[in-house]
Design a protein around this ligand. Sequence first.
Ligand code: NAG
Ligand code: NAG
Ligand code: NAG
Length: 249
Amino acid sequence: MRKSVVFHILLLCLCWTWAHSEVDSDAIQTLDQGLQAEIQDVKINQAERTKQTNGTVDLWAELKELRDMTIELKTDLKHYLSRTEKLEQEKLDLEIRISSTEKEMEEIKSENADRAKVAFSLGLTNAGRLGPFNTDITLRFSKIFKNYGQAYNPDTGIFTAPVRGAYYFRFTFFEINNAHWMGIHLYHNSKIIMTNYDRSNTYYENMSNGVILELERGDVVYIVLQAPYTVYDEKRNYSTFTGFLLFQL
Ligand SMILES: *[C@@H]1O[C@H](CO)[C@@H](O)[C@H](O)[C@H]1NC(C)=O
Ligand SMILES: *[C@@H]1O[C@H](CO)[C@@H](O)[C@H](O)[C@H]1NC(C)=O
Ligand SMILES: *[C@@H]1O[C@H](CO)[C@@H](O)[C@H](O)[C@H]1NC(C)=O
């Protein structure tokens, strides 16, 4: 810029000289040199400006890109954080549920451990026919298939309820000769609950029955063979007696 001011002053002087005297070849040469210098200057300036402009534009573009990236990252981070939070909450909920399920299982286990295990299944005898007798007798089922809780006493033939509850009992009796009648009572304490008789028209005869009883702790249940009647059993387990606790009350 300074160069161009000097050059313009020089040009003015020359014009003035031209107007008042003859053309000086030295002055023309100087003028030409000045012109060339100024053109060069403008070119350099132009290149410089273009370069700067390009650089500035690139920088802005890059900045903008960076800003966009930051915003995107921020959004992603926000989503990620909220998802992480949600997952943490779900994990917590699951842990709570697992621990409560474990607790329930423990309770069920201990309840189960506390629950009375009462179930028996018996065969009458391998001795063939029992009866007739002069008096009613309590049948002692001597073949123990199962006797969980040992509530049935094979020496007396009496079942004693270890807990208050609902119990199921059933029996089957068999005879092999139709000359004999079967006749039994099922007792709850001193009370007859069921009486069953049978005399088949065929050679073999069977009679079965079942009942649910509500028993207090210590109540007894047993089967009595009535004096004039008989029942039969042998190693094939024809005559059986079964009972079990349904649930406590
Ligand atoms: C300025 O950018 C334009 C377009 O990208 C390019 O053609 C030109 O060569 C660049 N100039 C300089 C001095 O970098
Ligand atoms: C009684 O039971 C025995 C043994 O299960 C069987 O052999 C017989 O046929 C039965 N008799 C009748 C009349 O059901
Ligand atoms: C009768 O019961 C006893 C169990 O006390 C068993 O060993 C036997 O095999 C049974 N007999 C028959 C014929 O099922």
